[in-house]
Design a protein around this ligand. Structure first.
Ligand code: GLN
Length: 190
């Protein structure tokens, strides 16, 4: 199973090491050819406006939209969640999202003064106690469609959602030693 990590910008290396520790075969995706070769894709955190621009210049927008529409399993974290959603609130007018999961996502939703925080989250279906979640200028989900499962919330705002083969987190699960969310993603796609 080849798991790609969109490697245009952002927290790529930490996802790769999490996947390697779980015995998956991570590979970096920068071109349409790289994308054609993977069975699943991780979209990392970083800066969604920059990633959107780089996706355009890499010629990845159409191929990625096609693969996601065809059911490519995807895990989007933070900026990756913004890219996978159906609507971006407080985005730049020219930034792209892929409508792979029916959510509206507000960028930088936890406010500028709280650029970064950690929280212990109860994630539905995740055995072994709370998940220590690292939020960095994080978005949250403001609207969920009828087919979306909300798996965790902070102050009532969804921060982990799933729809079919697509899972998104508003935080950075790759920045702690807790591999349970990556593991669950791999189990779902295997
Ligand atoms: N604020 C960033 C954005 O809008 C996301 C931050 C992150 O990925 N840690 O894309």
């Amino acid at each position: 199973m080849k798991v790609g990590i969109l490697a245009l910008q952002g927290a790529v290396a930490a996802h790769a090491s999490a996947l390697r520790r779980l015995h998956a075969e991570p590979c970096e995706v920068r071109t349409p050819e790289d994308l054609a070769d993977v069975d699943a894709l991780v979209l990392p955190g970083g800066e969604s406006t920059t990633m959107s621009m780089l996706l355009e210049s890499a010629g990845l927008v159409e191929p990625l939209a096609e693969r996601l529409a065809a059911g490519l399993p995807a895990l989007g974290t933070c900026a990756g969640m913004i890219l996978l959603g159906a609507e971006i609130l407080d985005g730049r007018p020219d930034q792209r999202c892929f409508d792979a999961i029916d959510i509206s996502v507000r960028r930088n939703a936890f406010g500028r003064q709280v650029d970064s925080f950690e929280a212990d989250l109860e994630v539905d279906g995740l055995a072994g106690g709370p998940f220590r979640a690292v939020f960095i200028r994080a978005p949250f989900v403001e609207r969920v469609g009828p087919d979306v499962e909300v798996l965790a919330t902070v102050d009532g705002h969804p921060v982990v959602c799933r729809q079919g083969p697509v899972t998104v987190t508003a935080f950075h699960p790759e920045l702690t030693d807790d591999l349970r969310l990556h593991q669950r993603f791999l189990e779902e796609i295997r």
